[in-house]
Design a protein. Sequence first.
Length: 198
Amino acid sequence: MAFVEPITLTGRGIRLVPLAPEHESGLQDAAADGALWNIRVTSVPEPQDTHKYIEDALAMREAGHRFAFCVLDDASGRVLGSSSYHDILPAVKRVEIGYTWYAKSVQRSHVNSAAKLLLMTHAFETLGCHVVGWRTDNFNFASQAAIERLGAHKDGVIRGHALRRDGTIRDTVMYSLRSGEWPEVKAQLLHSLNKPRP
């Protein structure tokens, strides 16, 4: 039995379903909303690479290293983007949340916070994780700000850690949240999501 089993997570107008081949055209449309593959510090697939992106995610699921979700608008079924559990470590009950990207039209909306609430609730309250982590490119300042708004702790920077798609070497900023910190972070997330939006 895998540590992360297939599940659908629903709430606040979005639905996270296990990423599957039938999401290919929807992911292409979401990525095209803002030509997201041109952003140097993200993992958004170029349109012609979407099939391989899904195949790679499914291979990583089979190996137990990553579980990718497709993020959908619950009412319309429109694909909004994707997010994953990755670097899954069952022995220490730790997962990271990453490979996250959304169509430009839903960025800075409630979607990211709602998805993170669903993923963290499942990680801490169903999977029994002790730690949830995040990592991001040292130049992805928007991602760092979003992770910090969640209440995660900045653990440090791993220098010279990974290759970007353009072949340059990135430093990786690491964050984490422990299970004892989750109740306060959850309360803050719920408060933020319940506030009226202008």
